[in-house]
Design a protein around this ligand. Structure first.
Ligand SMILES: Nc1ncnc2c1ncn2[C@@H]1O[C@H](COP(=O)(O)OP(=O)(O)O)[C@@H](O)[C@H]1O
Ligand SMILES: [Mg+2]
Length: 395
């Protein structure tokens, strides 16, 4: 072997070594790229999971939440643009944009209390990975499980909230029934009979020939009053049976006007000046008869509190959430130790025959039934204000 051959062989070995090194480097680089891509995929998946979780934390409307989630899902999959998703829950279907149902699909059930209530499906729109048995990464299968769990948890939470509300309503109702319901319904029933007799007699008397004009007028008033009283009794009986609210859209100011007209004459007679400070255009969605009863009860209390006359103020206003009306008087006021008792059934400071102590508890029940609120504030010796809030209907 001459010197040149030796040189050549050395070079060949070097080239071999370099090639080997190069291959190693290539492998290393490929591995590095794979790890990086995996990292990227994991970040995408985590991001997707985070956004889904975020969605259920802030959203109380099932439709909106599921619609948002189904749009988020494809972003967690490796071939995002080729991925679409579908959520089915009860009888509804939520689809991601450009949805296409292909045969390449993975799915998870959505459970509420171990019962299947729906499902979430992920599809590849084209034949990506169609050749393999399971075209989806194991991470993607876990991701879908995670998302389905979050949705199940969310739906369960909403159902719990709904159940809690129903139970609260039932408790409230049970409480009401136990207190006012049974007794008031009984009393109302008893009163219905004699009132019926008064009405019948007044109507018979009205038919008597040669009745003096004044007597005829008075009998007419008796007739009106009895009809009105029977209406209230009917309402009380209905209310104690928790009659269904018959809600309708009504102008609040008009409703107040209608409720107090028949009391205006009485106010004039008793030296009470009625003042109205209305804000225009307040539409409430309420049971007309029940809210009328609220206004009547508050007004009668106010009149009874001003034995020596005074001022009776009705105000209306609204904010972003509520319609608000106040009934304010300049009467005797409520002693501070009695304030907390005013809404209790049968609490009264009035003489037998004047008060039953039922007016405000009926008022309270009606307002709560409308998801509203009522507050009382009073300055003994100076006057009392009742403020009623009724939620405005969302448009
Ligand atoms: N406007 C008011 N001014 C002073 N006291 C009031 C007023 N409204 C209610 N109250 C007090 O609350 C009690 C309960 O009222 P309510 O439930 O209507 O029953 P009732 O009028 O039959 O006594 C009244 O007896 C009275 O002591
Ligand atoms: Mg009363």
């Amino acid at each position: 072997m001459n010197a040149l051959d030796i040189q050549l062989e050395k070079q060949e070995q070097l080239i071999k070594k370099l090639k080997k090194r190069n291959n190693e480097l290539q492998r290393f680089y490929d591995e590095y790229k794979r790890v990086c891509r995996n990292e990227e995929e994991r970040i995408k998946e985590l991001n997707c999971l985070y956004q889904v979780a975020q969605c259920v934390v802030v959203e109380n409307d099932i439709d909106i939440a599921l619609d948002r989630i189904v749009r988020i899902v494809p972003h967690g999959w490796q071939f995002t643009t080729q991925t679409c998703a579908r959520i089915t829950f009860k009888n509804k279907i939520y689809l991601s944009p450009d949805f296409f149902e292909s045969r390449i699909c993975q799915s998870e059930n959505i459970y509420i209390e171990s019962r299947i209530m729906g499902a979430i499906h992920v599809f590849y729109k084209t034949e990506v990975g169609a050749e393999s048995n399971n075209p989806f990464l194991i991470e993607e299968r876990n991701l879908l499980k995670g998302i389905a769990n979050i949705i199940s948890f969310y739906l369960e939470k909403l159902r719990d909230n709904e159940n809690r509300k129903i139970i609260q309503q039932q408790l409230l109702h049970a409480d009401r029934l136990a207190t006012i319901g049974q007794l008031a319904a009984g009393v109302a029933h008893e009163l219905n009979e004699p009132l019926g007799n008064i009405l019948g007699l007044a109507q018979l008397s009205l038919k008597l020939p040669g009745l003096p004009i004044q007597a005829e007028k008075d009998l007419g008033k008796i007739e009106d009053c009895v009809i009105y009283s029977r209406e209230i009794i009917k309402k009380l009986m209905e209310f104690s049976r928790q009659s269904q609210l018959r809600k309708e859209k009504i102008d609040l100011n008009e409703l107040i006007e209608n409720s107090i007209t028949f009391l205006e004459a009485r106010c004039i007679k008793e030296g009470i000046k009625i003042v109205k400070e209305y804000t225009g255009n307040i539409t409430v969605t309420v049971d007309r008869h029940q809210i009328k009863q609220v206004i009547t009860n508050l007004t009668i209390n106010a009149i009874q509190a001003m034995k020596n006359g005074g001022k009776l103020l009705f105000t209306t206003r609204k904010n972003s959430k509520n319609a608000i009306f106040c009934v304010e008087d300049t009467g005797i006021g409520i002693a501070s130790e009695n304030i907390s008792k005013t809404f209790m059934p049968f609490f009264t400071t009035k003489d037998v025959g004047e008060g039953t102590g039922l007016g405000l508890s009926v008022v309270y029940g009606i307002i709560k039934n409308h998801n509203g609120d009522i507050k009382v504030s009073s300055d003994p010796g100076k006057g009392t204000t009742f403020e009623v809030c009724l939620p405005l209907e969302k448009n």
